[in-house]
Design a protein around this ligand. Structure first.
Ligand code: GUN
Ligand code: ZN
Length: 470
């Protein structure tokens, strides 16, 4: 699609992590251009990115959109956020994960059975995403197909990127009854959602803005039969680029917490095995597994080395959600051990257990929780690693790194304008904060300031594929 009005030069302070680095290479891949130019072509892709002074002559005739003293950042990628919990960031469950789900969340999610209310939630969900600068997201869906239709319709109308799927539950406590379906209905609903929405906008899962995932809530919410059926279904649709999304190893309270309850229910040693087809009688590794390059598991706070190894081997990614983990007392994903396994770690808000919509806020918590890990595990993350985690690593987790995540030429122009004049604390930090004379330190400090001090009001403009979203 060619739109002449999209072709322009955006001029401001450019920050991005270029190329396709590993996490430990993010610092050397960080690009900071104080007077930078981001050139967007008519097709909405990035034609060029560099010093404004070096703008190639071929782009001279383009209109210049000058956002100085603003910053141009890649759009944030939220690898785990719950659509039906849009109004639940304040949900008080009087306990940890399982109590919170039972008392606060299942009843809140049941309200989306009303299509009128679901439409309102879909609209608010898109508003929150845009305000937070989340251009791409893996969205944990509602149990209700009509609510999912509203979500996709609204998302398409706004022009955002989304991967989502109906939250599947075939068993659970009484409070979850409105969210539970029979086995056949669960599978039929997944198939119908894939057929109706997966990559229908372009027909190509490499470029589509709307894509579908198979989303069992977590192992406690489904049965071995559901897993068997979902595994077979996933074998069918995997090559169409359909995703898999769920939760893993979040709450380790001894005895009655999520992890112990899951192992007891399935009679397995490893939580991950429930998603890997391994616990089913007679099943073999490789057959009907839900793991793969388009699979994202949220949390992974208490995974064993063996589980991490298996995730790395299958290309499965982790959505790291420290803000949510603080809220539910889930502990902290061990940063060094997890990333050392080679697994791609993206960042998730996990709204509503996460009480912030902004990936920048979650990056602030990421910094705080990992510097606080005990002993040798503690790590002071580099600002470039934070930016990487909230953008490029998220695109990689979504298996869409070739499409977005940074300002490499040829990618879709998904970016934000952060204007410090719209958020006084950021403006003050930039004007009066202490700056090092050493260029590299100054650059790192500046990025740290932008990421940790910015709040939603500072996000002045949001673009996907070069088009302004509102
Ligand atoms: N595990 C199963 N369901 C949920 C949920 O809604 N939120 C979180 N944080 N964990 C879950
Ligand atoms: Zn979640």
């Amino acid at each position: 699609e060619h739109r002449p009005d999209r072709a322009r030069v955006h001029r401001g302070h450019v920050f991005h992590v270029a190329g396709s680095p590993r996490l430990d290479e993010a610092a050397s891949a960080l690009v900071s251009i104080p007077d930078g130019a981001l050139v967007v072509g008519e097709d909405g892709t990035i034609a060029w990115c560099g010093e404004y002074a070096d703008l190639p002559a071929e782009h001279d005739a383009l209109p210049v959109h000058d956002v100085r003293p603003g910053f141009l950042l890649p759009g944030f990628v939220d690898t785990h956020v719950h659509f039906p919990q849009t109004f639940s960031v304040d949900a008080y469950g009087g306990g940890q994960l399982l109590e919170w789900l039972d008392r606060a969340i299942f009843p809140a999610e049941a309200r989306l059975a009303d299509p009128g209310f679901a439409q309102l939630v879909a609209s608010a969900f898109c508003d929150r995403r845009i305000a937070a600068g989340t251009t791409a997201a893996m969205v944990f869906g509602s149990a209700f197909p009509a609510a999912q239709d509203a979500l996709y319709t609204e998302t398409r109308r706004r022009g955002l990127r989304i991967v989502s799927g109906r939250g599947i539950q075939t068993r659970g406590p009484e409070s979850a009854a409105p969210l539970i379906t029979g086995e056949d209905e669960a599978i039929e609903a997944v198939r119908a959602e894939i057929d109706a929405w997966h990559a229908v906008d372009t027909g190509d899962p490499a470029t589509a803005r709307i894509q579908v995932a198979v989303v069992p809530r977590f192992s406690l919410s489904v049965t071995p039969e559901t897993f068997r059926n979902l595994g077979e279904l996933y074998d069918d649709v995997r090559e169409r680029g359909v995703y898999f999304h769920s939760h893993i190893s979040e709450n380790d309270r001894p005895g009655d917490g999520e992890i112990d309850a899951t192992k007891a229910l399935y009679g397995c040693e490893r939580y991950l095995d429930t998603y890997d087809g391994r616990f089913l009688p007679g099943s073999q590794v490789g057959g009907s597994s839900l793991l793969g390059r388009r699979s994202i598991l949220a949390h992974a706070v208490h995974c064993t080395d063996g589980e991490l190894e298996r995730m790395a081997e299958t290309g499965t990614s982790i959505a790291h959600c420290p803000t949510s983990q603080l809220f539910l007392g889930s502990g902290t994903m061990p940063w060094r051990r997890t990333t050392a396994s080679g697994v791609t770690v993206g960042i998730g808000t996990d709204v509503g257990a996460g009480d912030e919509w902004s990936i920048a806020r979650v990056l602030g918590d990421t910094y705080k929780v990992h510097i606080s890990e005990p002993g040798d595990a503690g790590v002071s993350l580099d600002p470039a690693q934070l930016l990487f985690s909230g953008t490029l690593a998220g695109a990689r987790a979504l298996d869409m790194e070739a499409r977005f995540g940074n300002f490499d030429a040829g990618k879709d122009a998904d970016f934000l304008v952060v204007d410090p004049r719209r958020w006084q604390p950021l403006s003050d930090a930039l004007d009066y904060g202490i700056r090092s004379d050493a260029a590299e330190l100054a650059r790192d400090q500046l990025l740290f300031t932008v990421l940790t001090v910015m709040r939603e009001p500072a996000i002045a403009e949001v673009y996907v594929g070069g088009g302004r979203i509102d």
